[in-house]
Design a protein around this ligand. Structure first.
Ligand SMILES: C[S@@+](CC[C@H](N)C(=O)[O-])C[C@H]1O[C@@H](n2cnc3c(N)ncnc32)[C@H](O)[C@@H]1O
Length: 194
């Protein structure tokens, strides 16, 4: 079983932050239920090396970094918009999670290619038309049993945001990944590397 540490003071601070901001996320942020889902996947698998593509103001990153605070891990997160990036940094500070997050102001089209990895958990939530490219760039740097999760994915056959259907068809056809879709929130395609 994976080592999971507990810091009650930090838990209290994060929970207080999430509670007081529950109705304040207005920048395309994931719903809290998806944040919880990401948190659960990281804890369940004991992941420690995370990458997020599309920070916005930091809601999903806060859930993931909270999980990484327990597994001894860290999250690299990328955002192209400076004002959202700055707001995210302030939110990470308020939530007490800055030590678990390496936030980058950059174009992910370039930076995802440059990052060495390895990663065991990736959350893709930036420009949907680029999802397949992000996946192709990251897959070789994802460890075996690692997970690549992509947001705003509808089940097969259902209409979704432009680019997301092509993405789902692409990952579903891969022999070295097993993909399921969770539609309890905004829609999450969860692909495990075999
Ligand atoms: C749906 S929002 C992310 C929401 C965030 N994951 C959350 O739950 O709080 C998508 C973000 O991706 C950013 N983005 C779009 N294209 C990008 C690119 N090429 N590189 C980095 N970030 C990008 C947008 O500026 C936007 O803030």
């Amino acid at each position: 079983a994976q080592e999971v540490s507990s810091d009650k003071e930090l838990d209290r601070k994060v929970m207080e932050f999430l509670k007081s901001n529950k109705r304040k996320w207005r920048d395309m942020n994931v719903p809290a239920s998806d944040g919880q889902l990401l948190y659960d996947i990281i804890l369940k698998n004991g992941y420690t090396r995370g990458l997020e593509i599309g920070t916005s103001t930091g809601h999903s990153a806060i859930w993931m970094a909270w999980a990484f605070s327990k597994t001894g891990g860290k999250l690299i997160t990328i955002e192209i918009d400076e004002s959202r990036y700055k707001e995210a940094l302030a939110n990470f500070e308020k939530a007490g999670l800055s030590d678990f997050i390496d936030a980058r102001l950059a174009n992910a089209h370039q930076l995802v290619k440059e990052l060495k990895g390895p990663f065991d958990f990736v959350f893709s939530d930036a420009d949907k038309g680029w999802y397949i490219n992000y996946f192709k760039d990251v897959a070789p740097k994802l460890v075996s049993k690692g997970c690549f999760a992509a947001h705003n994915i509808r089940p097969p056959g259902k209409r979704g945001m432009a680019g997301t259907r092509e993405y789902l068809e692409y990952v579903m056809a891969l022999d070295d990944f097993t993909t399921t879709v969770d539609n309890s929130g905004g829609g999450l395609a969860i692909s495990y590397k075999n």
